[in-house]
Ligand binder design. Structure first.
Ligand code: ARG
Length: 461
C-alpha cells in the first residue's frame, strides 16, 4: 500500500512504480525525517489540530522508531516507496489511528526538502572537519619544513625561490576557502520549508516561526511555491564540493609531479603508495591519481544537477528526486578524497637538499635585477643587463654562483662584492616584504594565524 493508493483502482505496474522508488537511497534521510516529523507533531498539537494525547503517543513512537533505526540500520528497509512512507508505516504499525493523523496539513514536497536541509546541516560539519584536518597536515608540513627552500613555478618553469612552508600554506589557503564555502551552502539550506504544504501553503494555523526555532532553523522560506521546487542549496553544496575537489585535484597533481623521479622534491611514504604488478621498482601515487580522477565525478554531479533543474516548471516535480543521489555521491566522494589526501600529506617527507638545489641558480635573476635597482638603475634597464648575463651563463653552462667579482663588474659597475650574498635563494626570500610573501617572518606569522584558526574551530565544537 502506498500513501496515495485511495485514488486508484488498480495496483501500480511494477515497471512504473519501482522506477520511482527512492527508499534505496533516501533511507540516508531516516533520522532527519523522524526529527522533522516529531517537530511537526508538536506544531500540530500547538495549533490545536492534534490532541495532546495523540501528540504524546506520536512523539513517543517516533522516538522509539528512531532509536531502533539507529541501533539496527537493517530496520530501515522494506517495500516502501520512500523514507517518508516507511516512517509513517512504522508509526501506524505501532499506534494505529494516531499515526494516521501525523501527515495532516503536510506534503512530502516540503518534507523531503526539509529532510535534505537537516541532512546537509549535520553532514557539512563532517566535511568541514575533514577539511580542517587536512589544513592541519599542511600547516604541520609547513612548520616542519623550517627554512627549507624550493622553486616556485609559473608556466611550469622555475620562477623564484620560496619557502617549502609557503608552498604547503598555499594549498591550506584554498582548503580554508572551501571550508567557508561549505558554511555558506549550509547557511543557504538553513530555512524551514514546513508550512508550505504541497505548493500553496498550509490551511492549519501552524506557528512556522516557532517550528523553525524548534528545528534550529534561523528563518522560514518566504514563498511556498518557490519552496516546493527550490533546490538552489543543493546546487550550492555541489559547487562547494566540486571546487574543493578541484583544489584537491590540483594538490594531487603537484604531489604526483614533485614526488616523481625527475623532481624528487618530496618522498611518498610507503604506506601511502602502491606498487606495480610487473615493474618491481615502481612506487606509484595511486591515491593521489584517484583523487584527481574523482574530481571529474564531483563536477559531473554538479553539472548533472544543473541540467536537471534547468527545465523544471514552477512547483514540485518528481525530477527533483534526483537531487539526493547527487548530494550523497558528491559528499562521499569529497569525504573519502579528503581522508586519502590527508593520509598522503601527513606522511610526506621533504627532500630539502633536492628542493634547495632546484631553488638556486638562474631563478635568482630577479633578485640580481633588484640589486641593480637598489643601486639606482631603472628596473627595465636592469632587466636587460641581467637578461644578457643569463644568456651568456646559459651558453657557458654556468649560473650566478660561479661568477667572479670581475665578471660581475664587467656586466655593470654597479655590482659590488655584496652581490654574491644577495644572489642566494635565502636572501631572495628574505628580500620579500609583504605579509602574503614568502619572507620567513611572514610565513611564520601565517603559520601562527593558521594555528589560531584551527584552535578557533576546536573551540566552536
Ligand atoms: N521521493 C520524493 C523526492 O525525493 C519525495 C517527494 C515526493 N512527492 C511527490 N509528490 N511524489 O522528491
Amino acid at each position: 500500500m502506498t500513501l496515495w493508493s485511495g485514488r486508484f483502482d488498480t495496483a501500480p505496474d511494477p515497471e512504473a512504480f519501482d522506477f520511482g522508488i527512492s527508499f534505496g537511497f533516501d533511507r540516508a534521510l531516516f533520522e532527519d525525517d523522524v526529527t522533522g516529523s516529531i517537530a511537526w507533531a508538536d506544531a500540530l498539537g500547538a495549533a490545536g489540530v492534534l490532541s495532546a494525547d495523540d501528540v504524546r503517543s506520536i512523539v513517543e513512537a517516533l522516538k522509539s522508531i528512531l532509536a531502533e533505526g539507529r541501533r539496527d540500520p537493517a530496520y530501515v528497509s522494506g517495500p516502501d516507496e520512500d523514507v517518508h512512507s516507511f516512517v509513517e508505516r512504522k508509526l501506524v504499525e505501532r499506534i494505529g489511528d494516531a499515526g494516521r493523523r501525523l501527515h495532516t496539513g503536510r506534503s512530502r514536497n516540503e518534507q523531503v526538502s526539509l529532510d535534505l536541509r537537516l541532512y546537509l546541516r549535520r553532514r557539512i560539519l563532517l566535511l568541514q572537519d575533514a577539511l580542517s584536518t587536512l589544513v592541519e597536515a599542511c600547516v604541520a608540513q609547513a612548520e616542519h619544513a623550517g627554512l627549507a627552500l624550493m622553486p616556485s613555478y609559473t608556466h611550469m618553469r622555475r620562477a623564484q625561490p620560496v619557502l617549502v612552508a609557503h608552498y604547503f600554506l598555499s594549498h591550506a589557503a584554498a582548503f580554508r576557502r572551501d571550508h567557508a564555502r561549505l558554511a555558506a551552502a549550509a547557511a543557504e539550506a538553513d530555512a524551514l520549508t514546513l508550512g508550505s504544504g504541497a505548493v500553496a501553503g498550509t490551511s492549519y494555523p501552524i506557528d512556522t516561526a516557532a517550528l523553525a526555532r524548534a528545528l534550529g532553523f534561523s528563518r522560514v522560506v518566504s514563498n511556498s511555491m518557490d519552496a516546493s521546487s527550490d533546490r538552489d542549496f543543493v546546487a550550492s553544496f555541489l559547487f562547494a564540493v566540486s571546487l574543493a575537489m578541484v583544489h584537491l585535484s590540483r594538490f594531487a597533481e603537484d604531489l604526483i609531479i614533485f614526488t616523481g623521479e625527475e623532481y624528487g622534491f618530496f618522498e611518498l611514504a610507503d604506506a601511502s603508495a602502491t606498487g606495480s604488478s610487473m615493474m618491481p621498482q615502481k612506487k606509484n601515487p595511486d591515491p593521489l591519481e584517484l583523487v584527481r580522477g574523482k574530481s571529474g565525478r564531483a563536477i559531473g554531479r554538479l553539472t548533472g544537477w544543473l541540467a536537471t533543474m534547468k527545465s523544471l516548471p514552477t512547483g514540485y516535480n518528481k525530477d527533483l528526486q534526483e537531487d539526493k543521489e547527487a548530494v550523497f555521491d558528491a559528499e562521499a566522494t569529497l569525504h573519502v578524497s579528503l581522508r586519502a589526501t590527508y593520509a598522503v600529506v601527513s606522511r610526506l617527507t621533504v627532500n630539502a637538499d633536492r628542493t634547495g638545489q632546484a631553488a638556486s641558480g638562474l631563478l635568482l635573476a630577479t633578485d640580481v635585477a633588484d640589486y641593480l635597482v637598489s643601486r639606482g638603475m631603472p628596473f627595465r634597464r636592469a632587466h636587460e643587463v641581467v637578461g644578457a648575463l643569463v644568456r651568456r651563463l646559459l651558453a657557458e653552462g654556468r649560473d650566478f654562483s660561479t661568477m667572479t667579482l670581475k665578471e660581475w663588474r664587467d656586466s655593470s659597475d654597479l655590482f659590488g662584492d655584496d652581490v654574491l650574498q644577495a644572489a642566494t635563494a635565502l636572501a631572495s626570500v628574505q628580500a620579500r616584504r609583504t605579509p602574503q610573501s614568502t619572507h620567513p617572518d611572514a610565513v611564520k606569522a601565517a603559520i601562527g594565524e593558521s594555528r589560531s584558526w584551527l584552535q578557533g574551530l576546536r573551540r566552536n565544537l
